[in-house]
Design a protein around this ligand. Sequence first.
Ligand code: KIV
Length: 310
Amino acid sequence: MVFLSVLCASAVREENFNLRRKVLTMTKRVTVPDIVAAKGKRKLTEMTAYDYPTALWVDQSGIDMILVGDSLAMVVLGHEDTLSITMDEMIHHTRAVARTARRAMVIGDMPFLSYQVSVEEAVANAGRFIKEARAQAIKLEGGKRVVPQIKAIVEAQIPVQGHLGLTPQSSAAFGGFKVQGKTAEAAKELIEDAQALTEAGCFSIVLEGIPSAIAAMVTEAIPIPTIGIGAGPDCDGQVLVIHDLLGLFERFTPKFVKQYAKLAGPVRDALASFREEVEKGTFPGPEHGFAIDEGEVQKLKVGSKKKHSK
Ligand code: KIV
């Protein structure tokens, strides 16, 4: 009886999942006006993805925005920080994500020095994310000092997501990965930066690594959505790095991350089982092989006997 009800529950779960998947694939893509209109009405969700499988999982889960973050440098390419990733590497991965996602808005993250040098370079590089990679928007880090770049990119009809607070591309200038906006003066500057990015035309702003009370004040002060990461519950939405959420990145786990799964262990176990079974000769089994008519094998054997007897 218990077994039957477990079976039924799992069948219902699967049916619900398939239905949700069907609805999602029929749904139109999330747009910039959808994101802006969500402020104050519903919480927004954003998640990083870097390739076909991660983009597919995120898209199918109904998350609003997929960020092809420059965290790619650390969680996929094994760099120490995000500074050395190139435009070409970002475009390569954004392309894979954009060709996969059907519903979520795809946002390409502008890497270090792709927008700081000049306004012209910033527009050209932002344009590559749209034209070559087919993303729907870009994200870049910084406050007032990047307003000219944001204005020019928006003028080129490319939607921009801002990024304030603990911006990893400034970690050297900050003296490490340190929570920002911890004094009244720094918090005031953050609010002014958020207002400047809003006036420059950003459609949303990521707030990373700032006190929850300050994130709440920034959220209150601007008409566009704030998307928090280590910025408390009062932001208009939340973003995480998918490798952190799934427990796939083990070098360190920031305090603000919630691991919804711990996949690295099961992956290692699966790989160890493969190695053991190959070494013992139990994989591949007969069910993993391809058959041939015994008659054909016999013909081969006869043929090879004749050759040897000559
Ligand atoms: O690169 C990234 O993944 C990011 C998020 C942490 C917001 O910028």
